[in-house]
Design a protein around this ligand. Structure first.
Ligand code: ITT
Length: 197
């Protein structure tokens, strides 16, 4: 089965390839370089559907799209859908995460609770549309560390680690990240839906 992955983010492509190789090795995921819609949805689901519909219409293939971001509790869920360009339209990952750390610096919040979210839309041309979500709970670090992954990985500390030995996702191996990330969790929810393809 072939599906097109409607993203222009090479990190997402790489992560999906690793996740799919584990969960559905028979699935052939092809890249997408066609037209991108304006992502003007106000929810992850709306944006994921916009991207998947555009790719399905352009290629005639079942299309997957991921809309994702980091949500910080004390900021009411921001950056949320604005994660990619939190510090401006340039999508500068370092500027984005430094701004976020700055914004938390003067807020008294000992927990710094946050989560990554990945919302994946599956659109079958002339057929069904599905949306699934994966959440990765954790907290915001006080400073960036590690250079693995992308985006906010160096400032996100996932829950469930041994006390005293906690690392940011930037310090995780790709295998560790892909075993438990928001994107992997969303994909797990998608596997049953892909079975129908
Ligand atoms: P496409 O729309 O082409 O897929 P994009 O990077 O613009 O690429 P989004 O609009 O979904 O995608 O923005 C998601 C942003 O959220 C991304 O640029 C990162 O800043 C952040 N993000 C999402 N998943 C992440 C992850 O696994 N690790 C770190 N940051 C992540």
């Amino acid at each position: 089965v072939r599906v097109v992955l409607a993203t222009h983010n090479p990190h997402k492509v790489e992560e999906f390839q690793q996740i799919v190789a584990q969960a559905r090795p028979d699935l052939e995921v092809v890249g997408y370089d066609g037209p991108e819609p304006v992502e003007d949805g106000v929810t992850f689901a709306e944006n994921a559907l916009l991207k998947a519909r555009a790719a399905a219409a352009h290629t005639g293939l079942p299309a997957l799209a991921d809309d994702s971001g980091i949500c910080v509790d004390v900021l009411g869920g921001s950056p949320g859908v604005f994660s990619a360009y939190w510090a401006g339209q340039k999508k500068d990952a370092v500027a984005n995460r430094e701004l976020l750390l700055d914004q938390l610096r003067d807020i008294a919040d000992p927990h710094r609770a946050a989560h990554f979210t990945s919302t994946i839309a599956l659109v079958v041309p002339g057929g069904a549309e599905h949306v699934v979500e994966g959440i990765w709970p954790g907290r915001l670090a006080h400073a960036a560390s590690g250079d693995g992954g992308f985006g906010y990985d160096p400032v996100f500390v996932p829950d469930g680690q041994d006390a005293g030995a906690e690392r940011t996702v930037g310090e995780f191996t790709a295998e560790e990240k892909q075993a438990q990330s928001h994107r992997a969790r969303a994909f797990t929810a998608l596997v049953a839906l892909l079975a129908g393809l």
